[in-house]
Design a protein around this ligand. Structure first.
Ligand code: FES
Ligand code: FES
Length: 207
């Protein structure tokens, strides 16, 4: 870039800055050269920068949500849709607490942008029980086997257990341990979790 071109860019940016239009945001003059007491000529609707209006299908229900374009699916579920059953552990894809089902497959919701999930079927722990209020076989199995203590990891474990069975990865204890290994339990309820997944597998009629 030549010296002159460099100077002109600088000049443009300084002018834009002083006019308040550097980032494309128009401002309304408040005092100088205007009549501050005059009625506003038009109402301006201003949307927060970087937000998006999206539509998500969660537990067979449509949700219209305004979210930051950078919001994770986890934050959209918990903070915007109010579905706090899905838990935030590490927020870095390492603990499995935030596991949900997307189109039937397990997904770490902290690792997926909310905007990427439009048009997909999202299932959270709140969507598992039947319309008549009957628990999903996996939920019932966790109760029957005391497969939790504090319960913080439990929604993710339950969703992951369902996917594990549907993937055909629950035929042996070793398989269950291996394919559930992305879901950490700090209370170390692992033996009971394996027992619960086996009970649910048999109830669900899958290998
Ligand atoms: Fe998503 Fe830990 S909160 S993996
Ligand atoms: Fe406490 Fe798993 S039951 S972390």
């Amino acid at each position: 870039m030549t010296e002159a071109a460099h100077d002109s860019t600088l000049d443009f940016n300084r002018r834009a800055l002083i006019k308040g239009t550097l980032f494309g945001v128009a401002t309304v003059p408040l005092v100088w050269g205007s009549d501050a007491s005059a009625a506003p000529s038009a109402v301006q609707t201003v949307k927060a920068y970087g937000t998006a209006s999206i539509s998500l299908t969660i537990n067979r229900q449509q949700y219209k949500l305004d979210v930051d374009v950078r919001a994770s699916l986890l934050d959209a579920l918990r903070d915007t849709a109010g579905l706090t059953g899905t838990k935030k552990g590490c927020d870095h894809g390492q603990c499995g607490a935030c596991t949900v089902l997307v189109d039937g497959k397990r997904q770490l919701s902290c690792m997926s942008f909310a905007v990427m999930n439009q048009g997909k079927q999202i299932t959270t722990i709140e969507g598992l029980e039947s319309a008549g209020g009957e628990l999903h076989p996996m939920q019932q199995a966790f109760l029957d086997h005391d497969a939790f203590q504090c319960g913080y990891c439990t929604p993710g474990q339950i969703l992951s257990g369902i996917a594990c069975i549907n993937e055909g990865h629950a035929s042996t204890d070793d398989d269950i341990r291996e394919y559930m290994s992305g879901n950490l339990c700090r209370c170390a309820a692992y033996p009971n979790i394996v027992a619960a997944v086996k009970q649910a597998r048999d109830k669900m009629g899958r290998a």
